[in-house]
Write a protein that binds this ligand. Structure first.
Ligand code: GDP
Ligand code: MG
Ligand code: ZN
Ligand code: ZN
Length: 401
């Protein structure tokens, strides 16, 4: 049993003391429990639907872990586990082994909602599943009210892929809590001469409103990045003056006033504060530094540039190609006088890598917030995630090279 981060409330919990959720079965003398509101879950995660009650495991559980329990209220038997901290039901086998949690962070207007929609859509498609022989599923319960994560995703996908519309700025969540989009990625970890082991990672994406000022974001955001074992840091290249001046962007394409370095620093400070990393040490959590909206630079780079060659979609993360991409993006960054970002990352993080992504694959009509006529054509959006999952410490996705 392991200590794991709950992907719904971001608290570190002990995998051996998970709670149970009543299934409402009842017994010979009692009717099963009815679903009702759960204030703890609402406060911790922003989930507002009704749910069947949860209860702590029987006393002796710590000594002899049990897989089923009987509801103290209705007597019904259940094997559904729930987070002791936020009461959200968790997937079967959650907490039995270390399961890294991956999170995403970025400033306002960076393209987080667009990127998240596209990435989540790819996670639901069969392509990634087939390539990595992975079992990828969206977790959370099926009592989908209007605000369920699945509905959020379907609405967003429909909006972007069918109606070709982009989004309004994400509204700040009520009391700072928003039910995150959680995926469970179970992958096969092959070992020479030994049977494979199966490793699971939780991808918890909460679409932050992203403050536009240099302050730390809300307590929930702090807990979110603090609990993550790996991060995707999405950066907006339009906020780098040296990059912006290479493009002829309409004013409507500029979505923020916060410098890129300030966004990176905000993450660094959040991680240092939430994880108690001393100033003399570097942060050991791996960070995938993804530059979004790179379609805007296609012309500037020219069709022969290596960053414009879409890599083959093989069954493993290509480490060699990943390193080359990192160097190519680093060179771009230097050309944009973004050296301070590189400097900051080197001084503060042990493990980071650059990525070149475009969720839309072509420049939108910024003024009218419309996707380009030919529709959404995602470019290399999955690489940051695949790199993280392929790191030896996680070993959820195989790597080659
Ligand atoms: N060129 C380009 N622009 C993008 C892309 N993704 C987002 N944008 C632009 O960035 C704006 C903000 O995106 P959004 O996802 O709402 O940002 P958020 O505030 O971080 O959630 C969009 O309206 C687009 O103008 C992309 O892949 N390419
Ligand atoms: Mg948004
Ligand atoms: Zn019950
Ligand atoms: Zn929880």
């Amino acid at each position: 049993m392991a200590e794991v981060a709950c992907p719904f409330c971001y608290q570190r919990i002990d995998g051996s003391t998970l709670w149970f959720q009543c299934l409402g079965k009842g017994d010979a003398d009692h009717r099963g429990c009815e679903p009702g509101p759960d204030a703890t879950r609402r406060n911790m995660t922003g989930f507002t639907e009704i749910m069947r009650p949860v209860f702590p495991p029987p006393r002796h559980q710590r000594l002899r872990p049990v897989r089923v329990a009987w509801c103290p209220n209705c007597g019904g038997r259940t094997g559904i586990r729930a987070c002791p901290s936020c009461h959200t039901p968790v997937p079967p086998n959650f907490g039995e082994t270390a399961s890294p949690m991956i999170a995403m962070f970025g400033g306002k207007g960076t393209g987080k909602t667009v990127y998240l929609t596209v990435l989540a859509n790819e996670l639901r498609s069969s392509d990634l599943r087939r390539r990595f022989a992975a079992d990828i599923r969206m977790t959370g319960d099926g009592q989908g009210g209007f605000k369920s994560p699945l509905e959020w995703l379907e609405q967003n996908v429909d909006r972007m892929f069918t109606e070709h519309k982009l989004f309004e700025a994400t509204a700040a969540a009520v009391n700072g809590r928003q039910n995150p989009l959680v995926f469970e990625w179970r992958g096969e970890h092959r070992r020479w001469g030994r049977p494979p082991v199966y490793r699971t990672s939780y991808l918890s994406f909460h679409d932050t409103a992203g403050e536009d000022v240099g302050t730390l974001s809300g307590a929930n955001d702090l807990a979110y990045v603090g609990a993550a074992d790996g991060l995707i840091l999405l950066l907006d290249p339009f906020m780098l003056p040296g990059a912006r001046e290479k493009l002829r962007l309409p004013p409507s394409a500029i979505r923020s006033t916060e410098d890129t370095i300030a966004v990176v620093d905000r993450l660094t400070q959040s991680l240092r504060a939430s994880n108690g990393v001393r100033g003399s040490e570097r942060i050991s959590k791996p960070v995938a530094v993804a530059f979004a909206k790179m379609d805007a630079f296609y012309e500037e780079l020219g069709p022969e540039h290596p960053l414009r060659q879409e890599p083959p979609r093989g069954p493993a993360y290509d480490e060699q190609l990943g390193r080359a991409t990192h160097e190519q993006v680093a060179a771009l960054l230097r050309g944009w006088q973004g050296d301070d970002i590189e400097q900051h990352l080197r001084m503060n993080y042990k493990t980071f890598r650059y990525f070149f992504v475009s969720a839309l694959g072509a420049e939108p009509d910024y003024d009218n917030a419309l996707v380009e006529e030919r529709g959404v054509r995602p470019y290399r959006v999955d690489e940051p995630l695949l790199w993280l999952l392929s790191l030896p410490r996680f070993g959820v996705v195989p790597r080659q090279g």
